[in-house]
Design a protein around this ligand. Structure first.
Ligand code: ATP
Ligand code: MG
Length: 158
């Protein structure tokens, strides 16, 4: 059954906000109204956990992480934006591949296997959504994913 995605997203952000260190702050740019989306909650939790832990992992001291939802007719676009080191343009598509990690020397000390975003992509595609990244080196990264929403006016004749 569809769940209120806004409430679900708040809950996940709350859970991370209680544990963040290193002077990182969270900003929420979320609608006040409920948005009902049919999802596997455990799976989408796994997606968000990875994206948010990456954002924290690659954020500088004092960095701001911004959480947004944009609502369109047939889908929502969920985004997580950080002010971290960014990802070079040439590597941007590859971060969703299994075991791919940008600049192993740079990221080794931060830990991880390079599987998080590959798993996230599988899960989002299984929900008929899309996932992509936008990044500027030295400025930060935004990860976006979509989830389809059933508009109440949709019927089989359209
Ligand atoms: P795991 O998620 O398995 O613990 P990981 O975090 O290294 O390991 P992914 O989450 O798949 O793996 O990310 C792949 C790579 O993409 C990372 O190693 C990192 O180089 C880059 N990356 C991901 N998110 C960010 C981000 N927010 N800022 C900068 N680089 C990122
Ligand atoms: Mg990760």
């Amino acid at each position: 059954d569809p769940i209120n995605f806004v409430k679900f997203y708040h809950y996940i952000i709350d859970r991370f906000e209680m544990t963040i260190e290193q002077g990182i702050s969270f900003v929420r740019d979320l609608p006040n109204e409920a948005i009902y989306v049919a999802i596997d909650q455990d799976k989408i939790t796994q997606v968000l956990d990875n994206i948010i832990s990456n954002a924290i992992k690659y954020s500088p001291e004092g960095g701001i992480i911004t959480f947004s939802i944009a609502q369109h007719t047939h889908e929502i676009v969920v985004s997580i934006k950080d002010q971290g080191m960014g990802i070079p343009k040439s590597n941007l598509a590859k971060i969703f591949e299994r075991f791919y990690r940008v600049d192993k020397a740079r990221t080794r000390k931060l830990g991880g296997t390079g599987l998080g975003l590959a798993i996230a992509k599988e899960i989002i595609e299984a929900h008929d959504g899309r996932i992509w990244a936008d990044s500027q080196e030295g400025k930060g990264t935004t990860i976006y994913f979509t989830l389809p929403i059933e508009s109440e006016n949709d019927d089989e004749w359209e």
